[in-house]
Design a protein around this ligand. Sequence first.
Ligand code: ZN
Length: 209
Amino acid sequence: MAQHEHDETAESRFIDDTTGARDRVEAHRARGTARPITVVGNPVLHHECQDVTSFDDGLAKLVDDMFSSMEAAEGVGLAANQIGVDAKVFVYDCPDDDGVRHSGVVVNPVLEDLAPDQRVLDDSNEGCLSVPTAYASLARPDYAVVRGQDAEGNAIVVRGSGYFARCLQHETDHLYGYLYIDRLSKRDRKDALRQMEEGTPKYETVPNA
Ligand SMILES: [Zn+2]
């Protein structure tokens, strides 16, 4: 196979989540309702979410509400359990390191393992709507590939680099019950929780019982 054809095949594995990114987001937001955000300590954030098996109107409504909630809280990604829904769904509206906007939804996401030569760690600041007002530096691979489904149940593969790769990993983590602070050293985690205690979120949160 010619090199050119080979490249095209590789490219077609991945969805185009940049063309019309803004219009997609606006359409979801127009239909959706913002819901309050769950925070660290809420049980729904700390266990693996259920697989999605019905690609129905209920799922479409959830996705709309997730885009609205993400906008209200000024996030770049949001997992369903961050609005209290125990289902493997995340949405994103996130720029990559070239400033290109990516938006979409991934249902039942699974992170692909990277080849050793693809695994370059990037040590950057990370935050989470469920750990309001806190930030910490966390090393993650600067490239990510996520397999899953769209809201209609079609198989999709999403890839990202830089900040967007961080987002894809962070959101997938959520749906398996992990927050980014769970990946920090004990001391950094404590510091992040202290920042959260001292800060006041700019968006509505769900009080912990
Ligand atoms: Zn988060």
